[in-house]
Write a protein that binds this ligand. Structure first.
Ligand SMILES: C[S@@+](CC[C@H](N)C(=O)[O-])C[C@H]1O[C@@H](n2cnc3c(N)ncnc32)[C@H](O)[C@@H]1O
Length: 203
């Protein structure tokens, strides 16, 4: 699947994703991933940073609140619009740009650090994105990223539960199968019943 097709899927997700994230529906990120990410992040005060695949910008804003001078990119225009809109109510000086992580529109050695929160695994060629990040980082700069553990995102994944509904194990298969071109459809896991039926799944 090429980058423009991936971008179309994310653009289609962006409106509902932004609304749900801002209503606290991305509980794994809010309760686990992002706190863990920030807990292990070195000080970024005074540094020039690039956030890769910024989505609606919650984590970029947090980096800016920690004192970093931030540029943030995403392939989905609706994410960039929503992220930039919040600059009006909470100006943090973030420069949001529509761009593809696999072809970054920046000069070599432009940034002190880069971050990628749960975005590299959504790109068709993460290796190319990593090479691009390396190119735009100054020598000695750093990249910190989070991704889905590949072991838990194979073609088949099912939670096995006991009779009373308690999770007992996770059944996985097809770990070594190519997933190129496969489109997953999913909801934030806290969405149940009526709320789930009222929105399209993400792709
Ligand atoms: C799971 S979301 C994470 C968003 C955000 N980092 C967060 O933590 O809320 C993945 C993001 O990667 C972006 N993305 C996917 N492919 C991309 C690419 N080639 N270049 C830049 N961003 C990309 C998507 O548009 C989406 O915003």
């Amino acid at each position: 699947m090429d980058a423009s097709e991936v971008a179309k899927h994310w653009e289609a997700n962006a409106e509902a994703w932004t609304r749900q994230v801002r209503r606290g529906r991305d509980v794994f990120c809010d309760a686990l991933n992002s706190p863990a990410f920030f807990a292990m992040l070195p000080s970024v005060r005074g540094l020039h940073g690039l956030d890769v695949g910024c989505g609606e910008g919650a984590n970029t804003r947090q980096l800016a609140r920690l004192g970093a001078r931030m540029v943030a990119i995403d392939v989905a225009p609706t994410f960039i619009r929503h992220a930039a809109e919040l600059e009006k109510t909470e100006p943090l000086g973030v420069d949001y740009r529509l761009a593809d992580a696999m072809a970054l529109p920046f000069e070599p050695s432009s940034f002190d650090f880069a971050s990628a929160f749960m975005s590299l695994m959504d790109m068709p060629d993460p290796g190319r994105a990593l090479r691009e990040v390396s190119r735009v980082l100054r020598p000695g700069g750093f990249l910190q990223f989070s991704i889905l553990r590949p072991c838990f995102a194979p073609p088949h994944r099912r939670v096995l539960r006991s009779r009373n509904g308690e999770p007992r194990a996770i059944e996985l298969s097809g770990y070594f199968e190519s997933t190129d071109g496969r489109v997953d459809r999913w909801w934030f896991s806290v969405l149940k019943g009526k709320e789930r039926k009222s929105v399209e799944p993400f792709s």
